[in-house]
Design a protein around this ligand. Structure first.
Ligand code: MN
Length: 128
């Protein structure tokens, strides 16, 4: 079981994501804005962050920018979530420092595979 932080301003989307990630067997925490997310990550770093790009006040790009400025969060796995995806968005997200990219509405199979792969890597990195 891994700890996953879901950062999403839309209550319905956040709840759906929570149910989805919990069904994959992970522990879920939630943040509804970027500022809260940064505070939660600093206090209790999760194994994976699902980060909505479109949020008021502080968007996902600003959150990832601030995270990657900190040495201890260089390797934190952060997946960008975006609606109204356009050509070039994925490249833009990866260049901004996101580890992976998913479009909304979430494709369950694709999301499961992405989350599984990212968390499998993190499990292997744990010293035994
Ligand atoms: Mn949003």
């Amino acid at each position: 079981m891994s700890a996953v932080l879901i950062v999403e301003d839309n209550d319905v989307n956040r709840e759906l994501l929570r149910e989805f990630v919990e069904e994959l067997g992970h522990e879920v925490n939630e943040a509804h804005d970027g500022k809260t997310a940064l505070a939660q990550i600093s206090e209790d770093p999760p194994d994976l962050v699902l980060l909505d790009i479109q949020m008021p006040e502080m968007d996902g790009y600003e959150v990832i920018r601030q995270l990657r400025q900190e040495a201890r969060f260089q390797d934190l796995k952060v997946v960008a979530l975006t609606a109204y995806a356009m050509i070039g968005d994925k490249e833009k997200a990866l260049q901004a420092g996101f580890t992976a990219y998913l479009t909304k509405p979430i494709d369950g199979k694709k999301a499961e595979l992405t989350i599984r792969e990212l968390l499998a890597t993190s499990d292997k990195a744990v010293p035994v």
